[in-house]
Design a protein around this ligand. Structure first.
Ligand SMILES: [Mg+2]
Length: 192
């Protein structure tokens, strides 16, 4: 059976809008979703990486973080894809919010994923393997990402590395990556 690895934030659930709401409350700013034209929030906010990391970590403690909503089209797509493939989540969320992650995935995508892997990342699981290493270990044929860097790094080890179009990857066309506009485009890949 085909195996698809799927990133969590920006693919399955919308992290950015609630996080911007939190940041705007904290900083008195007015950042909008469309302003996030770079994957690195420090470039969007004009802040030091350490300040952004602190904002992200403190956001994890808020009720807003516990109320993230699914990305548009994600639930419908996952329902279709699970009929064609084994689905696993590969996220670079840090350890410490595993339970919140499982709860959120189970609420919106009940029973859809056979496992959840916490990969190494900037604020991620520092002990964890990289996303491409996880793809290789699990024998994943496909990866779904919103981060251009992760999509590119996974591309050599999967058959197709999908990058969902978002404002922060609009200007990017990483090598070897299949850029798609919507979740439906990914579903079509498996049903054509
Ligand atoms: Mg993501």
């Amino acid at each position: 059976m085909k195996k698809i690895g799927i990133d969590c934030d920006g693919c399955l659930v919308d992290f950015t809008r609630p996080f911007l709401g939190y940041v705007n409350d904290r900083l008195g700013t007015d950042f909008q979703y469309e302003d996030v034209t770079d994957y690195d929030f420090e470039k969007v906010f004009g802040l030091e990486p350490s300040v952004v990391d602190e904002l992200v970590k403190s956001f994890f403690d808020t009720t807003m973080f516990r109320a993230l909503r699914p990305e548009s089209g994600a639930q419908e797509a996952i329902a279709k894809l699970r009929e064609k493939a084994e689905l696993v989540v590969v996220t670079s969320r840090p350890l410490g919010i595993e339970q919140e992650t499982y709860d959120c995935l189970e609420e919106y995508f009940p029973g859809a994923f056979s496992d959840v892997f916490f990969a190494n990342g900037r604020t991620g699981n520092t002990e964890g393997a990289s996303k491409p290493a996880i793809c290789r270990q699990l024998g994943l044929g496909y990866m779904v990402e919103d981060c251009p860097g992760h999509a590119e790094s996974c591309a050599p080890v999967v058959d197709a590395s999908f990058l969902l179009r978002r404002p922060w990857n609009e200007s990017e066309s990483p090598g070897g990556v299949v850029k798609v506009n919507t979740w439906q485009d990914i579903v079509d890949h498996f049903y054509e």
